[in-house]
Design a protein around this ligand. Structure first.
Ligand code: NAI
Length: 268
């Protein structure tokens, strides 16, 4: 386990709970925080405090002595600009200020929606590389692009290391055809975060958060820097979910799926 405690924001959310459970099982000392109460029994060696990421001062105190921050808190789907602003933009600033003071590493739950308006690849050799342009598909996705750039700034200016996970669809199992490409299993997520925290040196890096899916949209990234390889695959669900497409041409054309079609008003 890491020498210093590891802080998890969004600990009461779906992924935060999976991480709290998985990392506590590995013997890690955790500090958990969320605006909502923690719904599970508190894992061993963990402390929980409720706070609003948009406020900030509490977070600076709670992060004292931590070696890494897994930033999974905030608005996790498409919402109006003003709803996203406090948790995802101001909150992000507070996380990075805490990391700068503690000289801690940040592992950021970014999203495929930061690049959602790239078209889906026709063939495996057209897979998108992690150094592609940002093409956010929503205000939510835009906040994730901003988060990755915040990491860029804090690395270049302050040497705060950060690992940006462009998570596809992290759920217990794939539930629609798109997830044959984008699915990330909980077990692969926990191993990914373990590698991101324990790697000796990361700088600023970007990693596609999806399992070993043959139908993945995504290609090269910085995973070698942390020594992570996914072990699960969505392919086993093909028969069950392969026919579950949306029927919406915008949704099916772009990587971000339904987020791209939401409120879409272009003529072409
Ligand atoms: P979730 O919605 O279950 O968890 C987010 C947590 O953040 C919630 O517990 C919520 O109470 C907390 N939160 C919201 N506003 C807050 C505030 N102002 N202050 C403090 N806490 C606040 O979402 P989930 O699925 O666990 O996602 C976790 C992270 O991963 C999110 O950042 C999400 O954007 C990102 N992500 C998730 C994907 C997925 O497939 N589940 C895909 C891509 C990214």
């Amino acid at each position: 386990p890491p020498a210093k405690p590891v802080l998890i924001t969004g600990a009461s959310g779906n992924l935060g709970r999976a991480l709290a459970r998985g990392l506590a099982e590995r013997g890690w000392t955790l500090r958990l925080t969320d605006i909502a109460p923690f719904p599970d029994p508190l894992p061993q060696r963990a402390r929980f405090e409720r706070m609003d990421l948009a406020e900030g001062v509490d977070l600076l105190h709670f992060a004292e002595g931590c070696g890494a921050i897994l930033h999974f808190g905030g608005i996790s789907s498409d919402h109006p600009f003003n709803t996203v602003l406090g948790p995802n933009i101001q909150g992000l600033y507070h996380v990075y200020e805490a990391a700068r003071r503690e000289r801690a590493r940040v592992v950021f739950a970014s999203s495929n929606h930061a690049i959602g308006f790239h078209e889906r690849p026709g063939q495996a050799n057209d897979r998108l590389e992690a150094n592609c342009a940002f093409r956010p598909d929503s205000f939510y996705g835009l906040s994730k692009a901003y988060g990755e750039l915040m990491g860029r700034l804090y690395w270049d200016k302050h040497g705060v290391e950060n690992v940006n996970l462009r998570i596809g669809s992290c759920f217990p199992e794939p539930t629609e055809a798109r997830m044959l490409s984008t699915w990330l299993s909980y077990a692969d997520l926990v191993r990914l975060c373990e590698a991101a925290v324990t790697a000796p040196r990361t700088g600023h890096c970007v990693i596609w958060g999806c399992s070993d899916n043959p139908a993945s949209f995504w290609g090269r990234d910085h995973r070698d820097r942390i020594g992570w390889q996914p072990q699960d695959s969505a392919e086993a669900w093909r028969e069950r979910v392969g026919g579950l497409t949306s029927g919406n041409p915008v949704t099916e054309r772009y990587q971000g799926g339904g987020y791209t079609a939401q409120g879409y008003s272009r003529d072409e």
